[in-house]
Structure formats: structure tokens, C-alpha cells
Write a protein that binds this ligand. Structure first.
Ligand SMILES: Nc1nc2c(c(=O)[nH]1)N[C@H]1C(S)=C(S)[C@@H](COP(=O)(O)O)O[C@H]1N2
Ligand SMILES: [Mo]
Length: 418
């Protein structure tokens, strides 16, 4: 790195830090001094007395301690191995989208540091007329579109297979925070595939990441049927919420496959094979399929999400008795809209309608509120959404051995104090 690049990098980190601090202030209502102190203690870089790391040296010291580049303080995230789960209580009072600072991170290995100017995207295989290589500048020269869409991990809410149904599934024990909605800017993938002369006979594509290979499995890569690859909303993304795509979310370029399990949205994309014959990787054979006696015998692969809801409260939560305005969000991957949201404060006996408001964008989510006049005691609060296809969140789900797509009603424990 040259001196100037180092300086840019430091400035970039400082900018991010500023925005991050501002976000924490906003979500917690703490004053700046308290936020700084909290932040310094969460960094563990030995920056004594609430100092903010502003130099490159400190930024890299932090990186050595964590495989994730952005700060992920424990009041905004749960740490789950190489991943970070968004705490839903941090979404209360936020706008429609999740700020980049708060967006969950799901890494199979570690976040790679890739430079945009040396990045290349290779497109090749029996399904294209001519292999091509694209630079970052080539991509930015093409006409881009902006879409507000969710990315949700297929394993989101997996922990409830264990805690609610008594059948724990191995894997990251997410609660409901492995989802985020952002405004993504990118070039529709079909336009890039067209440049390579994608054939009528192509059946699958295989996008592959440039992050470190997973032991025994190679680079992260998951085949996608050509129909979904050519969908007008499947994008090669280079901006997220108006910022350059951050390192942890795929810098310089990632795929966005709306409505599908997050694994399809390959980060740090480096190549795409296009094939006239079906493609396979561990991510569509031994993983990301529904293995279980109550699923079809061919063990269907994970594709579109079902309908889900989350309360913007700590899990478990404590409230004061009296009138409480509860807030939350519901979303659907397979339907177009959220049709209805109902909440039960008595374990599912009586249900009241929540009031939805604001946008309800396709393959994103809708916000809602519900007033609860709460008496002291211990409660299980349940939220149940119905989407525009009439799909209703069930009370329980058939088990699948890898714990994908838990979309049943979640029992949210709430204590109300006098
Ligand atoms: N190259 C690469 N792409 C990847 C992953 C990965 O580890 N490496 N994780 C996938 C999974 S399982 C999910 S849920 C999403 C998470 O995206 P995010 O970290 O931006 O939230 O990225 C997907 N794309
Ligand atoms: Mo995922």
C-alpha cells in the first residue's frame, strides 16, 4: 500500500466509526461520552480511557482479533462463531432499512480484504458463447438499478427447533436476527451474462466467492438455476445503503438473489460458471437441502423463504406494567406482501391485529405496532403473520436435520414488572 492509500484507509475507517457511533447514540439514547466508553471496551485494542481508534495501526490491530472488519459491539450483535447476529431490539426506531453498521454478518471463514481496482469477474462455461472478464470499472460503466430487498440466512431462527420443539439442529444457533433489508445498487446479472452470449440451453450458473476456501469443501459456491439467474432483480451489487459495499458484505461485488436463502447471495464474487448441464457443490448437495422424514424424498434444496415475524425487543424482554407500544416487522420470501399481522399475549388463545404502516416492499418487510396494556407477570408473546398468498405462520414445523427455514410462530418471553 502507498502512503496515500493508507491515509485513505484510515479516513475511511474513521468515517465508518463516526457513522457507527451516531447509530449507537440513536438506538440507545446514550450520550456520546457513554457511547465512546462502551465502544472502547468492546474493541479490546488497548485503547485506554475511551480513546477512539483512528489510525491504520489500530484498525489492523482490531482486525487481527476478529475475522470481521466492522465493529460489532455486543449491544448491537450476538457473536456466534464466525458470524454476527443483529439484535432485534437495536432495530426499534430505525428506518425501513438496516444500517450497514447493524447488518448481520454470515461468514463461512473470514472477511477478505479485496481491492476494487484489481478485482476481476470471470464468466465461463459451456453455457456461454464467449468467456469474458469484467473489471470493476466495466461494471460501474453499465446501467445500474437500485432495489430495497432482504437478505436472510436460510438458518435464521434455527435455535427455535431446539428451544421450542425439543429437537435441536446443529449449526449456527440464530434467533431471528440473521436477516437485514438494505438498498442495494448493482447491475442486473442478466445484462452481464448477455455480454458473454448466454445460451438458450444453459441450465445452471455457479457463482463463486474469493474468500478463503472452507476446509474440505473449497470456495463458497452455490449453483443457481438459470431462470433465477436471469430474473430482473438478481443483481451484481456494488453499493449498499448508498455506501460502497463494505468489506464484510462482499466488497467489491456480491450477488443479490432476492427472496432466496442468503447462501445464494455470494459475497466477494470472483467467477460465474454457466453450464448446459446441472451443477453441484457441497452447498446444494450435502447442505442447504431439507433432510427429514416429513420432507419430499428427493430432499428439496433451500430456495424461497416463507413468512416470518420479529418483535423489536430483547430476547427475553423486560417491560414496565402499563401501556407499552410494541413494534416489529414481518416479511415473506415467497409471497408478494404481508397481508395481516396478529399478536397474542396469552400464549395463543386470543389474537389482536397489529397496525402495519409504511412501505411493504416485495421481498423486503413491513413494519407494525401493537399497543399492549400489560399487567405484571410472565408472558409468552406470539406474533403471527399471513402473506398475500395466504401463507400463515404455523405453531410448529416438521424437523429437518440441518435446521433450515424455521418459520413457525416464535414464543417471545416477556416479564412485566410492577
Ligand atoms: N463468498 C461467500 N458468500 C457468502 C457467504 C460466505 O461465507 N462466503 N455466506 C452466505 C450466507 S450463508 C449468507 S446468509 C449471506 C450473508 O450475507 P451478509 O454477511 O452480508 O449478511 O452471504 C452468503 N454469501
Ligand atoms: Mo446463510
Amino acid at each position: 500500500m502507498t502512503h496515500d492509500e493508507l491515509k485513505d484507509e484510515a479516513v475511511y475507517d474513521r468515517d465508518r466509526l463516526e457513522r457507527h457511533l451516531w447509530q449507537i447514540q440513536r438506538t440507545t439514547g446514550l450520550d456520546r461520552r457513554k457511547v465512546l466508553r462502551l465502544f472502547a471496551s468492546s474493541l479490546a485494542v488497548g485503547a485506554a480511557g475511551g480513546m477512539v481508534p483512528g489510525s491504520m495501526r489500530q484498525a489492523s490491530a482490531q482486525q487481527a482479533l476478529t475475522p470481521i472488519v466492522k465493529p460489532t459491539p455486543s449491544d448491537l450483535f450476538y457473536t456466534l462463531g464466525t458470524n454476527r447476529e443483529m439484535r432485534w431490539e437495536a432495530m426499534r426506531g430505525q428506518d425501513y432499512t438496516v444500517p450497514n453498521e447493524l447488518f448481520f454478518v454470515r461468514n463461512h471463514t473470514v472477511t477478505p480484504r479485496l481491492a476494487a481496482d484489481t478485482w476481476r469477474l470471470q464468466i465461463f462455461g459451456s453455457g456461454v458463447a464467449t468467456p469474458i472478464e469484467l473489471t470493476y470499472a466495466d461494471l460501474l460503466d453499465m446501467e445500474s438499478v437500485t432495489r430495497t430487498r432482504a437478505i436472510e440466512c436460510a438458518g435464521n431462527a434455527r435455535s427455535f427447533f431446539g428451544s421450542q420443539q425439543g429437537t435441536p439442529a446443529p449449526g449456527t444457533q440464530w434467533k431471528l436476527g440473521a436477516i437485514g433489508v438494505a438498498e442495494w445498487e448493482g447491475v442486473p446479472l442478466w445484462k452481464v451474462l448477455k455480454k458473454a452470449g448466454v445460451k438458450q440451453t444453459a441450465v445452471d450458473i455457479m457463482p463463486q466467492g474469493l474468500d478463503n476456501p472452507v476446509t474440505g469443501q473449497g470456495n463458497v459456491r452455490r449453483p443457481l438455476p438459470i431462470e433465477k439467474a436471469l430474473d430482473k432483480d438478481t443483481l451484481l451489487v456494488f453499493r449498499m445503503n448508498g455506501e460502497v459495499l463494505p468489506p464484510d458484505h462482499g466488497h467489491p461485488v456480491r450477488l443479490l438473489v432476492p427472496g432466496w436463502g442468503g447462501i445464494s447471495s455470494i459475497k466477494w464474487i470472483g467467477s460465474i460458471e454457466v453450464s448446459e448441464t446441472p451443477l453441484f457443490s457441497p452447498w446444494n448437495t450435502t447442505q442447504y437441502r431439507f433432510f427429514g422424514p416429513e420432507y419430499a424424498p428427493d430432499f428439496p434444496p433451500v430456495t424461497t423463504h416463507k413468512v416470518k415475524s420479529a418483535l423489536e425487543l430483547p430476547f427475553p424482554a423486560t417491560l414496565q406494567a402499563g401501556r407499552n407500544m410494541l413494534t416489529g416487522r414481518s416479511w415473506t420470501g415467497s409471497g408478494k406482501k404481508i397481508h395481516r399481522v396478529e399478536v397474542s399475549f396469552d400464549g395463543g388463545f386470543n389474537w389482536v391485529r397489529a397496525r402495519t404502516s409504511g412501505p411493504d416492499k416485495e421481498q423486503a418487510w413491513t413494519r407494525w405496532t401493537v399497543m399492549w396494556d400489560a399487567m405484571p407477570g410472565h408472558y409468552t408473546v406470539k406474533v403471527r403473520a399471513t402473506d398475500s398468498d395466504g401463507l400463515v405462520q404455523p405453531d410448529s414445523l416438521p424437523f429437518n436435520s440441518q435446521g433450515y427455514s424455521f418459520w413457525a410462530v416464535v414464543n417471545h418471553p416477556v416479564t412485566v414488572n410492577a
